[in-house]
Ligand binder design. Structure first.
Ligand code: NAD
Length: 244
């Protein structure tokens, strides 16, 4: 219904591969998308927001003021129908060589930032009843991945978080789910050594890396009315076996 008011969504990491594909996909489903990413990416963010009739919010998720700033932006036009916690980073290193800073930064962006934002939105009651929340986990968070102990721990943490939060919000009809992609061709995986990329593609049943649009499609499904009964689930995307 083109006359219906657009539902409000937030996508973090919206300047990245999966985030941009998701923001575009959600706009086709009639969402007004608030696109969040680091200020350094604001040019790409502005271009995306302009293209999909959304809004660019250049915010670093590790900054202390960010949850309140995001809550204020939502409060001005909310309530919120969909939150997609998609921003994420890798700092790959064998565990023996991994610095405390590499461990902390990954756990902070990939896991703690989700909690900080949700707490700020909960405190101001910004969720519409029946709203949806989708968090990016990873196959790494289920099966583990060599050189990614910090990343695997953060993505396993996302699954624990989603499981618990789904129970907390069940009474309000708010669903909370995780999407766990396999190897997807984005800037994140493009930075990985050739051997790792080839292994990622080999593991995929299609013998090629997944596309950001594949993940966006799964997120759009979890945001759809049809997915209302699904909460606390982990939806794996990309034809990858857990056995490697
Ligand atoms: P990407 O690097 O293309 O995009 C990630 C985005 O997050 C970037 O635009 C980046 O600027 C943003 N970001 C990082 N730190 C931020 C911060 N502090 N504040 C705000 N924004 C920040 O990577 P992607 O592959 O699109 O990854 C998206 C999500 O999917 C991540 O959570 C990632 O862990 C997850 N994932 C990716 C793959 C894959 O194979 N690419 C597989 C499984 C899960």
């Amino acid at each position: 219904d083109p006359g219906a008011p657009r539902r409000l969504a937030v996508v973090t990491g919206a300047a990245g591969g999966i985030g941009a594909a998701t923001a575009r996909r959600l706009s086709l489903d009639g969402f007004r998308v608030l696109c969040v990413d680091v200020p350094a990416a604001s040019e790409a963010l502005e271009a995306l927001a302009a293209r999909i009739g959304g809004e660019a919010l250049p915010l670093d998720l590790t900054a202390e003021a960010t949850p309140a700033a995001l809550a204020a932006a939502i409060a001005a036009q909310g309530p919120l129908d969909l939150m997609v916690h998609n921003a994420g980073i890798t700092r790959d290193r064998t565990l023996a060589r991994m610095s405390a800073a590499e461990w902390d930064s990954v756990l902070t962006v990939n896991l703690a930032a989700i909690l900080a934002i949700d707490e700020a939105l909960d405190a101001r009651s910004l969720w519409r009843d029946g709203a949806r929340e989708v968090c990016l986990s990873s196959i790494s968070g289920i099966a583990g991945n060599a050189g990614q102990t910090n990343y695997s721990a953060s993505k396993a943490g996302v699954i624990g978080y989603v499981t618990r939060r789904a129970d907390q919000l069940r009474d309000r009809g708010i669903t909370v789910n995780a999407v766990a992609p396999g190897f997807i061709e984005t800037a994140m995986t493009g930075r990985m050594p050739m051997m790792i990329r080839e292994a990622g593609r080999r593991l995929n049943s299609l013998k090629q890396g997944g596309r950001p649009d594949d993940v966006a499609e799964a997120i759009a499904f979890l945001a759809s009315p049809q997915a209302q009964p699904l909460s606390g689930e982990v939806l794996r995307v990309c034809g990858q076996s857990l056995l490697g």
